[in-house]
Write a protein that binds this ligand. Structure first.
Ligand SMILES: Cc1cc2nc3c(=O)[nH]c(=O)nc-3n(C[C@H](O)[C@H](O)[C@H](O)COP(=O)(O)OP(=O)(O)OC[C@H]3O[C@@H](n4cnc5c(N)ncnc54)[C@H](O)[C@@H]3O)c2cc1C
Length: 321
């Protein structure tokens, strides 16, 4: 059994979710007398080797090419196939991000591997992987197993803690020049106000239908600024045009797993909680004491958000100053 972990990067940094998967795979490898390898693709992939070493990757495959400055499915798939062919892992694991959702199907089709996407946890078995997958908007956890020469698995963010465990690593630079692809990614547009990447944020301030107007939106922005957090939203306030579609959290939006999640004026519909239930600490602010969100909240404030938020933000600013 050998595990190869794909390390996604963004803006010159390794994604937290990738380090979570690497940490778990390192523990799984140790428990199964095996070793974990990592693969990183970037314009300068070697710049990440020190970090990967500190998280316990015994072998680090680096593929450096300017084409990886932005996310483009075809070269990522092509380069990963090359590394899979060279490393011959029995399990290929990655964080379940929008980027990896784009490529895991292609990898499965090209390699013929069994695939378990978007799992909440997994462990190695004698001939593959056993995993729990949230299904039906995370109402049900389904136990799945997959076996074969190669199993692909992607893991929801926040499922494991990223923990360091330094090792001496071997670094293998893989030669790669992209084929002549028809597609070119010219520009990545981020929506205005996206100061912090929602999927990777440590603090998320999420707004729901309780936010009724621009004044309410400003209260959310002020709280987010005071905590250096990212702004998220329920589908209700995306559909009414108050927040951008990129902010939507839930079954049909993003999955987030911050240390601290504020659900403000959000009832806690299962389609919403499917995207944030892995948050470590959940603070709910809602005027309805029976709102379902309180059942999963670590802290609950029952009251009018228009009265609570100005005081809360003011106090946070005082403490932070
Ligand atoms: C197939 C499908 C997919 C879906 N995908 C998603 C998804 O990805 N993400 C998502 O979020 N939803 C999704 N939904 C919609 C979901 O079912 C809910 O309708 C939605 O999450 C409700 O958003 P909300 O909590 O903001 O609104 P509501 O359910 O209307 O709740 C608003 C809350 O605000 C409180 N409130 C109102 N005024 C105040 C105030 N002044 N102070 C304090 N509290 C106040 C109310 O008490 C209430 O609890 C999906 C639905 C379907 C059918």
């Amino acid at each position: 059994m050998s595990i190869l972990v794909y390390i996604s990067t963004t803006g010159g940094k390794i994604k937290r979710s990738a380090l979570e998967v690497l940490s778990h795979c390192r523990e799984q490898a140790a428990a199964n007398n095996s070793e974990v390898a990592a693969v990183v693709l970037d314009a300068d992939a070697t710049s990440f080797t020190e970090t990967l070493q500190s998280y316990g990757a015994k072998k680090i495959y680096t593929v450096s090419n300017p084409v990886f400055k932005t996310h483009l499915n075809a070269p990522i798939t092509e380069a990963l196939l090359k590394v899979i062919d060279q490393a011959k892992p029995s399990v290929f694991a990655c964080a379940s991000t929008e980027g990896t959702k784009d490529i895991i199907g292609a990898l499965a089709a090209k390699t013929g591997a069994a695939t378990l996407p978007d799992v909440a946890n997994f462990e190695l078995t004698s001939d593959g992987v056993s995993a729990l997958r949230p299904v039906m908007a995370a109402k049900i956890l389904s136990q799945n197993t997959a076996s074969g020469d190669l199993v692909l698995v992607s893991v929801r963010s926040g499922s494991y803690d990223a923990s360091q465990s330094p090792v001496v690593s071997e670094t293998i630079a893989v030669d790669y020049s992209p084929s002549d692809f028809a597609q070119v990614l010219r520009e990545v547009l981020s929506s205005a106000g996206d100061k912090v990447d929602l999927s990777e944020a440590n603090v998320v301030i999420a707004a729901g239908r309780g936010i009724k107007d621009e004044a309410g939106k400003k209260l959310i922005e002020d709280l987010a600024e005071s905590l250096g957090g990212a702004i998220g939203a329920s589908r209700a306030v995306v559909e009414n045009g108050m927040f951008p579609a990129t902010a939507q959290i839930g079954q049909t939006g993003k999955v987030v797993s911050p240390e601290l999640y504020f659900a403000i004026g959000i009832s806690g519909a299962v389609q919403h909680t499917a995207g944030m239930s892995n948050s470590k600490v959940i603070v709910a602010i809602n005027k309805d004491a029976d709102a379902p969100i309180f059942q999963m909240a670590s802290y609950g404030l029952v009251g009018d958000l228009y009265k609570i938020l100005p005081i809360l933000t003011e106090e946070i600013k005082k403490i932070r100053n």
